[in-house]
Design a protein around this ligand. Structure first.
Ligand SMILES: NC(=O)c1ccc[n+]([C@@H]2O[C@H](COP(=O)([O-])OP(=O)(O)OC[C@H]3O[C@@H](n4cnc5c(N)ncnc54)[C@H](OP(=O)(O)O)[C@@H]3O)[C@@H](O)[C@H]2O)c1
Length: 248
C-alpha cells in the first residue's frame, strides 16, 4: 500500500507503508471521543454490488483496512438494516485483538435482527440502541433476547444519536467506528456527531440503482457538507482515504 496524501507529512507521497505505519495512519485520536464512519463504494458511487451487499465490491486492500479499523476502535456502531442485509452476528476477534470491540446496533423499530437473537459463543459485549417508539412489547422482547443491560433506550421516534454516544462514552467506548448503513450515516451527519469518513473507492463500476453511502435528507447547503481529505492510500487500484467532516 502506498501513501498518496498524508496531511501530517506533506513531503511523503508515494511512500510504501508497513502494517504498523498503516495502523498509525488509521489510529483514532488519543484521548478524544471520535466517530468515524466507514464505507466502501464502487467508482460510480454504489454502496452495494449486484447482490445488494457491500461484500461483493470489497477488495483485499479494503478488507485489510476494514479489519484494521475494527482492531483500533472501542465499538462498532451499525444500523439494523445493515445487520439484516449483511447478516451480522458478531464482531470476530482477531490475532491483534482477541477481545473484539463492542457491537452496537441501532434500531427504531426495536426489532432485534435475526442474527443477534441466537447466542453465539464469544460474541462479546454488545448493545442494542433503540427508542420509545419501539413500544413496550418489542422492548420487552429485546430485553429477554439480549439481556436488560444490553438494551439502551435513547430518544422518542428515533435514536437520539448524541445521547446514545454519551452513553457509549460513559461505558468507556469513545472511539466509535460506524459501519453504516446509509440511513444511519445520514442521521448521524444530520445530528452533527460524525468526525470523519473512511471511504474506500473500489475499482469497479456496478450501475444499477443501489444505495450510495447517504440517504435522504439533503445535507449542508447547496454544495452539500464540506469534507477535507486527511489521508489517501492506494493498493492495486483501490483508493482508500480518511476525510474530516465539518460539523455544521
Ligand atoms: N458499502 C458499504 O460500505 C455499506 C455499509 C453499510 C451498509 N451498506 C448497505 O446498505 C444497505 C442498508 O441500508 P440502510 O440505510 O437500510 O442501512 P442502515 O442505516 O444500517 O439501517 C437502517 C435501519 O437502521 C435503524 N436506524 C438507522 N438510523 C436510525 C436512527 N437514527 N434511529 C433509529 N434507528 C435507526 C432503523 O432500524 P429499524 O428498521 O430496526 O427501525 C433503520 O430502518 C444494505 O444493502 C447494505 O449492504 C453498505
Amino acid at each position: 500500500m502506498r501513501v498518496l496524501l498524508d496531511h501530517r507529512r506533506p513531503a511523503a507521497p508515494g511512500a510504501r507503508v508497513t502494517a504498523s505505519e498503516l495502523a498509525d495512519l488509521y489510529a483514532f485520536p488519543r484521548g478524544r471521543r471520535w466517530v468515524r464512519a466507514n464505507f466502501v463504494t464502487s467508482l460510480d458511487g454504489s454502496a452495494v454490488g449486484a447482490d445488494g451487499r457491500s461484500g461483493s465490491i470489497n477488495t483485499p486492500a479494503d478488507n485489510r483496512v476494514f479489519a484494521l479499523q475494527r482492531d483500533l476502535c472501542d465499538a462498532v456502531l451499525v444500523g439494523a438494516g445493515t445487520v439484516r442485509a449483511e447478516g451480522y452476528e458478531r464482531v470476530e476477534p482477531s490475532r491483534r485483538r482477541p477481545e473484539p470491540p463492542a457491537l452496537v446496533v441501532v434500531s427504531a423499530s426495536g426489532r432485534v435482527p435475526e442474527g443477534l437473537r441466537t447466542p453465539v459463543e464469544g460474541r462479546g459485549a454488545g448493545l442494542f440502541l433503540t427508542c420509545s417508539a419501539a413500544g413496550a412489547r418489542r422492548l420487552g422482547r429485546a430485553r429477554s433476547a439480549l439481556g436488560s443491560e444490553a438494551v439502551v433506550v435513547a430518544g422518542d421516534e428515533e435514536v437520539d444519536l448524541g445521547a446514545a454516544l454519551d452513553s457509549l462514552a460513559a461505558r468507556g467506548l469513545r472511539h466509535v467506528l460506524c459501519e453504516g448503513g446509509p440511513s444511519l450515516f445520514s442521521a448521524a451527519l444530520s445530528a452533527g456527531v460524525v468526525d470523519e469518513l473512511a471511504l474506500t473507492l473500489a475499482p469497479t463500476l456496478v450501475g444499477g440503482d443501489g444505495p450510495g453511502i447517504t440517504a435522504a435528507p439533503r445535507l449542508g447547503g447547496p454544495a452539500g457538507l464540506a469534507v477535507w481529505p486527511r489521508l489517501l492510500v492506494e493498493e492495486a487500484g483501490t483508493l482508500l482515504g480518511l476525510w474530516r467532516v465539518s460539523r455544521s
